[in-house]
Ligand binder design. Structure first.
Ligand code: NAP
Ligand code: ZN
Length: 336
């Protein structure tokens, strides 16, 4: 089967039409006819080779929703016609200690959707069924696609670190990840502050569940907010004065990075020691958490706010995402 896709031929270039022959359907695979695919900032990092690991031609796209067209002989949990989603990770072995406890994001044999494989900016994908998840009926496909990467990446640390009633949460960066972080934290019962360099996002942030808005473009705003939060989730890929952000935490507070600032953290140990603060990181989430996140999102009305574009307009959509213009996730749509 020939798959029509969009690929970057080299680093930092526009995407071009690209077709390739899909691998034969193995017993554990599904072929998914893609209806929607979100544009995550990690796709932009991949296109630009920011992490030095990109191979070209590179088909990005790892917030995939579509319909199962064919299922391999060993696939028991999915059937043709079913609506499913695939995120950053495409494969886990199912046998190691991490896979057995649902933390398959730590599987030593893990494979990722658009690292060494062609991703979801395409008409279809052949991918292992073990990392394809049924989408709950209540969720619209365009609004559900970003949950597969952005959603799980913010939900997992909020859950694991016990965010809930009585917790004061700050979310840095109100983009694809951050706008879902505001919603999940608020629906988990926390008191939520949006921490943003874009004052024009305040009204939306409040609608998404924030009760506070900290405009970091205002001089001294971060310093004034000292010792006001218990858990800060950082979703920004830029360098910020991290010691000041650490000092925004109350005693025993945690600063959690899900995005990597390019120059590292450059932190003051004193800011960590005083107040007994903790620095943590988090990457996507295991399949048990992905299933829990989808059920939680459907049950609590957590959905991505999206701007949809036809797949053929991928380059304009990528530009909007790169310029921080998306409100709040660009989602590519294939013709029905
Ligand atoms: P995004 O939609 O582009 O949002 C990033 C946000 O960062 C922007 O909306 C903006 O928020 C803020 N920002 C941008 N430029 C800034 C600047 N110069 N100063 C301060 N803030 C700035 O990106 P995303 O898709 O949410 O992804 C965010 C990061 O998470 C990426 O680096 C991505 O690779 C990473 N990621 C990690 C994982 C994981 O598993 N750990 C998974 C997915 C993505 P404001 O306008 O509100 O300031
Ligand atoms: Zn992503």
């Amino acid at each position: 089967m020939t798959i029509a896709a969009w690929a970057a031929p080299k680093a930092r270039s526009a995407l071009e039409p690209f077709s390739y022959e899909a691998a034969p359907l193995e017993a554990g695979d599904v072929e998914i006819r893609i209806s929607h695919c979100g544009i995550c900032h990690s796709d932009l990092h991949l296109i630009n080779n920011d992490w030095g690991s990109s191979r070209y031609p590179l088909v990005p796209g790892h917030e995939i929703v579509g319909t199962v067209a064919r299922a391999g002989m060993a696939v028991t949990h999915l059937k043709p016609g079913q609506r499913v989603g695939v995120g950053w990770q495409r494969y886990s072995c199912g046998e190691c200690e991490y896979c057995r406890r649902g933390e398959d994001n730590f599987c030593g044999r893990r494979q990722d959707t658009c690292v060494g494989h062609h991703g979801g900016f395409a008409s279809a994908i052949v991918t292992p069924a073990c990392q394809a998840f049924p989408i709950p009926e209540a969720l619209d496909s365009a609004a559900a696609a970003p949950l597969l990467c952005a959603g799980i990446t913010v939900f997992s640390p909020l859950k694991r670190h016990g965010v809930g009633p009585g917790t004061r949460v700050g979310v840095i960066g109100i983009g694809g990840l951050g706008h879902l972080g505001l919603q999940f934290a608020a629906k988990l019962g926390a008191e939520v502050t949006a921490i943003s360099s874009s004052p024009d996002k305040e009204a939306d942030a409040r609608r998404l569940g924030a009760s506070g808005f900290l405009d970091t473009s205002a001089a001294g705003a971060v310093q004034k907010a000292r010792a006001s939060l218990d858990f800060i989730l950082s979703t920004v890929y830029v360098d910020l004065p991290w010691s000041d952000y650490l000092r925004m935490l109350r005693p025993n507070g945690k600063l959690c990075f899900v995005a990597a600032p390019p120059s590292g953290l450059g932190l003051s140990a004193g800011a960590l020691i005083s107040g007994q603060r903790t620095l943590v990181g988090s990457g996507i989430g295991g399949s048990a958490m992905i299933k829990e996140m989808l059920v939680f999102a459907a049950g609590h009305g957590v959905t991505a706010r999206v701007e949809t574009r036809p797949m053929a307009e991928v380059n304009g959509a990528v530009q909007r995402a790169a310029r921080n213009q998306a409100r709040y996730r660009m989602v590519l749509v294939n013709p029905a």
